[in-house]
Design a protein around this ligand. Structure first.
Ligand code: FES
Length: 160
């Protein structure tokens, strides 16, 4: 089977083949193969899911089921920066929804999506344990509290 995808280079394919071969017929192979493959490609495009199921001789539904079950795996490309919006109760009450709506309007992404230029991915998360700062956004490793919709653009603009 040929693996053709714009995000999978010809240098990646032998490495993926090696991972698949090393786990062939092993019990519980799917998780490590997906994890190692995602480390190489950055995410798990459908063509790669198909390639892995073919290589491991497992049904596509089984591989896809594992890939969609664990939050560790992503079927969409990740942006260079990840915005985590807290949808926990305190943040909800303090207006995180208005903040995420502003992000959606400014950058054209909803939760679980990545901008076309792969600058940002937007994720919804549960309580980040910083409720006193609600509403909270975390961008990469940076935590921002008391975020208002009008701050969104200036806060995000220096993440290139
Ligand atoms: S609810 Fe958002 S940090 Fe706790």
């Amino acid at each position: 089977m040929q693996l053709i995808h714009p995000d999978i280079s010809s240098e990646m394919i032998p490495k993926l083949d090696e991972i698949i071969a090393a786990h062939y017929k092993m019990d519980g192979a799917v998780i490590p193969v997906l994890r190692l493959s995602q480390d190489i490609v950055g995410y798990l495009p459908m063509a790669l899911i198909d390639y892995i199921s073919y290589g491991l001789n497992l049904p596509r539904s089984e591989v896809l089921g594992v890939a969609t079950f664990y939050s560790l795996f992503s079927l969409i490309p990740k942006g260079r920066h990840t915005i985590k919006a807290c949808l926990g109760t305190a943040c909800y009450v303090k207006g995180i929804r208005e903040v995420t709506s502003r992000i959606s309007n400014e950058y054209g992404i909803k939760e679980g999506e990545t901008t076309k230029d792969r600058r940002f991915s937007l994720e919804a998360v549960r309580c980040l344990g910083a409720c006193g700062l609600a509403p909270v956004l975390v961008v990469d490793q940076d935590t921002y509290g008391g975020v208002t919709p009008s701050q969104v653009k200036s806060l995000l603009e220096h993440y290139e």
